[in-house]
Design a protein around this ligand. Structure first.
Ligand code: PHE
Ligand code: ZN
Length: 872
């Protein structure tokens, strides 16, 4: 451990900035061996901060080389300023002045991928959250907003394309075959939204006419080899622009909107003003190389980043504790967009599944934090499922409580009140309060309290009075630093059905108390409640349903989400019983009721294939782990495999019929919701057929692998064969796939991930060997996620191997990557933080690896924070 431990910072310590930067002029001399950055900042004292003038403090990475510093043309000598702990301090500055500074950067050596770095020969930047301080000295905090003017100079033949935020205003040639372009962004922005790109890039161009008739040039850039993979992103962008006008009244505000695809990127994508930078995995799409999931991700992420132009850029965050102000709201917006473009119910099922497995696990673990955290050591660690997905659920609850019209009024007021400002989640809620006249003070607890609330619902039927009473009790388990929780205010959407499945009542109950009763009168018989429809609040709902009631809801509920959920509840309960049987050494048995219910579903030709596929997918091992008191990795895996195999065999004819019904071989590929639904049912059916173990289905899968014209079907077949006991076929197909796609980097990510998640014997040896394979590159975060991330997150049987070898392998990686890319190192480490959830043997082994990291000198703040908090 380092001598100086990284320090936490606290929300309650927030102070407005003493100094503002009205204008920022940047000059980049981009060269192979170095980049010189000349910055000219117009600085003035913040008129809103009174008292005696404070010293000027600018952020600047300690490793950044400072060549020259001047104030109003007076050069400062080293004794005129101080550099320590990431800060540059200058005493006695005038009220208003021009600060100039020259820094020298080494982008080609920047492996952390923060600040200015190189990705496959092109220069690019990543400044959120605190990367700008690796470029020059600046008050690098989101409440300091400045107008940027940026000039890039570089070799003309190697870097013909030079981009930054805003509009190009001048350009020309320079000496020695170099050229330059100047960009000006008229909108004041925080430094985290600054970006530049320089490279030899291919371009797809289009245009969009906004609702007020302005013409916007749309430009998507990528490496030349990927030019044929940009069309879908362009279509998605235009759809998103139209949707934001229609649904939120938001018009784009520059003449150009650009997206650049880069292969080296720590996250998914970044909303830099007018110049979004994307991980190739979130923007490139082509039927031959991209799966349906990939297409939908591109659509969703393109929309997400575009929507940030208003929810994030025009109105930004006051400080990083408010991160969910832009992320929660923008995830909600992109989810609604995707729901409108595709199947609303399927989108909801996918999002809730992620929330229930990964976010609930985070909220119950050592890194649990409120949607608006109270403190952090390294902000990069707080780009979490809680801030993003739970944050989006909180916004969705406001939508549910207010209804769509008032919600829209509230969002209009929010944008109008705060345009050009850096604000807080409280300001967002206040706008919703203002338009609705409602008191949302209790609702605000969703922002300040961590943990997943539990709703326990019981009911009573009074036949004489025809009265039905629902009693709702809520509680929330303790989380780090929060022993006791106050009750939440939440919308509980419901329906009441009769035994035959007819809907009697529906509506939204508002729950506020720790215990509260709701009475329904005028009913003729005892209803079956459909609770928390469309997952109206991010809680764990407990109600003692009988299997018959759940099967009735699965068939008849008018709420598609709850139909699916009823089926999942049946399976979860059954699997939990089987896990107990397995642990007690009893033989496992498949209940006839489940087979019968599934048979009916499979024979119901009226059911939408997408919905059917969701209903017939067994709850994941990750979900069962999250629900367990103590995770029994082996029992969970064995039980799920048993159930899969039994359902496969019992319904073999039905699976084949479903496969044939959805066979899309004669259609040309299209990523629309209906086609995606058919492919997902077809491939699910193929999975069950393969699970029977019968030879003909291996042949069917091999055929599909060879004959399909799209990556969705090819990859599905590959994964099924690669994870099967047919080891020879597995090896053959993997080799064939490699030969076919070795030059497609994104496809090779899939190839690595398929192997890393292969549950058959020898998994660790396989991933070890793959880490030496030429397609693997440990500096590329996508490759790391595909190999190390997939093994540790999607191969529980082997990651949790009882000899601790999986844990040691991960810790080796984290320690190696910590020197190179701390953000990615800290993220990969997540599975080890859950050590308390496992049996004695495993948890001791996991803890040992955490301790080993803790005992290492000079850990990054990123890894230090996750490890130290996990060991508490
Ligand atoms: N702000 C990005 C988003 O749209 C995420 C991101 C954060 C990207 C930090 C890079 C670095 O969600
Ligand atoms: Zn975002």
């Amino acid at each position: 451990m380092s001598a100086q431990q990284p320090q936490a910072i606290y929300l309650e310590d927030y102070r407005p900035p003493a100094w503002l930067v009205t204008h920022t002029e940047l000059n980049f001399e981009l060269e192979e061996e170095q980049t010189l950055v000349r910055a000219r900042l117009n600085i003035k004292a913040n008129p809103e901060v009174s008292g005696k003038p404070e010293p000027l403090q600018l952020h600047g990475d300690d490793g950044m080389e400072l060549l020259r510093l001047s104030i109003d043309n007076q050069v400062l000598e080293p004794q005129d300023y101080r550099r320590e702990a990431g800060m540059l301090t200058i005493n006695n500055v005038p009220d208003q002045f021009v600060l100039e500074c020259v820094t020298r950067l080494l982008p080609h050596e920047n492996t952390a991928l923060e600040g200015l770095y190189k990705s496959d020969g092109m220069f690019c930047t990543q400044c959120e959250a605190e990367g700008f301080r690796r470029i020059t000295f600046f008050p690098d905090r989101p409440d300091v907003m400045s107008i940027f003017r940026t000039t890039l100079t570089a070799d003309k033949s190697q870097y013909p394309v030079l981009l930054s935020n805003g509009n190009p205003v001048a350009s020309g040639d320079a000496e020695e075959g170099r050229h330059w372009v100047t960009w000006e962004d008229p909108w004041p922005k925080p430094a985290y939204l600054f970006a530049l790109v320089a490279g030899d890039l291919a371009l797809l161009e289009d245009s969009f006419t906004t609702c007020s008739g302005r013409e916007v040039a749309l430009r998507i850039y990528a490496e030349h080899k990927d030019l044929d993979k940009l069309e879908y992103a362009m279509t998605s962008l235009k759809n998103a622009m139209r949707w934001d006008e229609e649904v939120y009244g938001r018009e784009y505000d520059l003449d150009i909107f650009m997206i650049v695809a880069v292969d080296f990127f720590n996250m998914g994508a970044m909303e830099n003003k007018g110049l979004n930078i994307f991980n190739t995995s979130c923007v490139l799409a082509h039927p031959k190389t991209t799966t349906d999931g990939g297409f939908q991700r591109v659509e969703g992420v393109v929309a997400h980043e575009y929507f940030h132009n208003w929810s994030g850029n025009r109105v930004t965050c006051r400080d990083w504790f408010q991160l969910s102000l832009k992320e929660g709201f923008t995830v909600f917006r992109d989810a609604e967009f995707s729901a409108d473009m595709n199947s609303r119910t399927v989108k909801r099922i996918e999002d809730v599944s992620l929330l229930r497995t990964a976010q609930f696990a985070e909220d119950a673990g050592p890194m649990a934090h409120p949607v608006r955290p109270e403190s952090f050591i390294e902000i990069s660690n707080f780009y979490t499922l809680t801030v993003y997905e739970k944050g989006a659920e909180v916004v969705r609850m406001l939508h549910n409580l207010l209804g769509p019209e008032l919600f829209r009024k509230g969002s209009d007021l929010y944008f109008e009140r705060h345009d050009g400002q850096a604000v807080t989640t409280d300001d967002f809620v206040a706008a919703m309060e203002a338009v609705s006249g409602r008191d949302l003070s209790q609702f605000r607890r969703w922002y300040s309290q961590a943990g997943t609330p539990r709703l326990n619902v019981t009911d009573r039927w009074d036949a004489d009075a025809g009265e039905y009473r629902l009693t709702v009790k809520q509680s929330c388990p303790p989380s780090p630093g929060q022993e006791h929780k106050q009750p939440y205010h939440l919308p509980l959407a419901y329906g009441l059905l009769d035994e035959a499945g007819r809907e009697l009542r529906s509506g939204v109950l508002e729950v506020r108390e720790e215990e509260e009763a709701f009475v329904f009168s005028g009913l003729e018989s005892r209803p079956v409640p459909s609770l928390l429809r469309a997952f109206s609040a991010p809680v764990k709902l407990e109600y003692d349903y009988s299997d018959e009631q759940l099967l009735m809801l699965l068939r008849h509920d008018t709420d598609g989400f709850n139909r699916w959920d009823a089926g999942q509840r049946v399976c979860v309960r059954l699997m939990q019983n089987l896990i107990r049987d397995w642990q007690n050494g009893q033989a496992l048995q498949l209940p006839a009721t489940l087979v019968e219910a599934w048979k009916q579903l499979l024979q119901d030709e009226a059911l939408d294939p997408a919905m059917l596929a969701q209903c017939l997918r067994l709850p994941s091992e990750a979900l069962l782990a999250e629900l367990a008191d103590e995770v029994d990795v082996v029992a969970i895996h064995e039980v799920r495999e048993f159930l899969r195999t039994s359902l496969a065999q019992a319904l073999e004819q039905q699976w084949l019929a479903a496969y044939q019904r959805c066979d899309t071989r004669d259609e040309s590929y299209s990523p629309d919701a209906a086609s995606i639904g058919r492919r997902s049912l077809k491939n699910l059916a193929l999975g069950y057929l393969m699970a029977t173990g019968a030879e003909p289905w291996l042949e069917l899968a091999r055929q599909q692998f060879e004959q399909s014209d799209n990556m969705t079907d090819q990859q599905a077949a590959l994964a099924l064969v690669a994870h099967s006991r047919h080891r020879e076929s597995a090896a053959e197909l993997l080799q064939q796939f490699y030969l076919q796609w070795q030059h497609e980097s994104l496809v090779m990510n899939q190839w690595l991930a398929v192997q890393a998640s292969d549950p058959t014997e020898g998994a660790l040896e396989r991933v070890q060997a793959l880490s030496e394979h030429p397609v693997f590159d440990a500096r590329n975060p996508n490759k790391l996620r595909s190999l190390v991330g997939a093994f540790c997150g999607q191969n529980p049987m082997h990651f949790h191997s009882e000899d601790g070898s999986g844990y040691a392998w991960l810790a080796d990686w984290v320690l190696r990557l910590d020197k190179q890319n701390p953000q990615v190192a800290a993220r990969l480490l997540t599975p080890l933080t859950r050590w308390k959830r496992y049996d004695k043997v495993r948890s001791a082994l996991m803890q040992k690896q955490l301790q080993r990291m803790m005992d290492t000198d000079d850990l990054s703040a990123d890894v230090y924070e996750v490890v130290s908090k996990s060991l508490v």
